[in-house]
Design a protein around this ligand. Structure first.
Ligand SMILES: [Zn+2]
Length: 333
């Protein structure tokens, strides 16, 4: 059998049939192919000019808007192709033959305009495990959206503006999509550029009024409104001022909100567990969908989730992707 070798050193490397794949490296990698799963900056670097970069067109554009030039990109190469991972616009998983399936960041549920992570039978699965602990079970998205809408309605009734906060790429576009029925809709300038790119790819996002914090909060209208904003602590200068001058209510959206204490740690008034990642049951279903001989987990609860998978009868181990001292793992042992 042809074997793939998986190692962790500047991202993850997979050697397969004489070719080296660098998966989400954080600096230019010596590899035949560099795979960029999506445009979040924790996965991002500017590859060397002669690298063959596998990434979606959406990822290339979003990366460019954030200052990372991926150069020419391809969606597949001989022996490897990409599948939707459901995380953000353009996010992809990579299938290397029938040997290796790498999810990057992935979501296990459809949300608005986003699908869920596709699976493909593979011998080795390398997967994210950000929320790989059983207490992370996210509510149904439709139920969450309904709860938020009734909260916003209550605040509008009292004449109070509402700031909806999430990561500026990914979460903020979902928030714009779900909550732009409210008017006036104000979009923080840190979100507006990403919204534009989404819209250019056919995602129906309302433009709203763009707010640049450099213009000061006095430029904002009186009375209730909804603002889509990057995640920011309630103690930050902007958020303190929005509270003090406008009576704004701060609402944070993150998978970590499933945990007691998150809302207080970020200084928000409300927090909802809306995530672009798999929750625990979705991670387990992802493994079952790929039905691998070996699972490597990365990010978050990597060790805990690998241990749980072993209890379920899988061969699984954590792969710490950014420890350069880590030795190579031969698979299947
Ligand atoms: Zn991500």
């Amino acid at each position: 059998m042809v074997s793939a070798k998986v190692s962790a050193n500047n991202g993850i490397q997979v050697d397969y049939q004489g070719k080296r794949f660098a998966l989400d490296p954080t600096s230019p990698a010596r590899a035949d192919y560099t795979f960029v799963s999506h445009a979040h900056v924790d996965h991002m670097h500017t590859p060397s000019r002669n690298a063959t970069v596998i990434a979606s067109e959406e990822t290339r554009e979003l990366a460019a808007a954030r200052g990372f030039d991926l150069g020419d990109t391809v969606e597949s190469v001989d022996g490897a192709d990409t599948l939707d991972s459901g995380h953000i616009l353009g996010s992809r998983a990579l299938a290397v033959g029938e040997e290796v399936y790498y999810t990057g960041d992935a979501s296990g549920r459809e949300r608005g305009f986003l699908g869920k992570c596709k699976t493909r039978r593979s011998r080795v699965l390398i997967m994210e495990s950000t929320f790989g602990s059983p207490e992370y079970v996210f509510p149904q998205t439709a139920k969450l959206v309904k709860e938020v809408n009734s909260l916003v309605g209550e605040m509008f009734h009292r004449g109070r503006p509402v700031v909806l906060m999430g990561y500026p790429l990914g979460k903020a576009q979902l928030l714009t999509y779900y909550f732009s029925t409210w008017s006036p809709l104000i979009v923080h300038s840190g979100v507006a550029r990403m919204n534009e790119i989404y819209a250019s790819h056919g995602v129906p996002l309302k433009v709203g009024t763009v707010f640049d914090p450099a213009d000061g909060t006095d430029s904002l209208p009186r009375g209730p409104w909804v603002m889509i904003s990057p995640m920011s602590s309630g103690r930050s200068q902007l958020m303190s001022e929005l509270r003090r001058k406008h009576g704004a209510v701060l609402v944070a959206f993150s998978g970590w909100a499933a945990r007691e204490g998150y809302r207080r740690s970020i200084g928000a008034d409300f927090a909802f567990p809306l995530s672009d990642h798999c929750d625990y049951p979705e991670l387990v279903r992802l493994v079952q969908g790929v039905s691998p001989d070996v699972v490597y987990t990365t990010h978050g609860f990597a060790a805990e989730f690998a241990a749980d998978l072993r209890h379920m009868g899988f061969t699984a181990r954590p792969l710490a992707p950014y420890q350069s001292s880590l030795g190579d793992f031969a698979n299947g042992d």
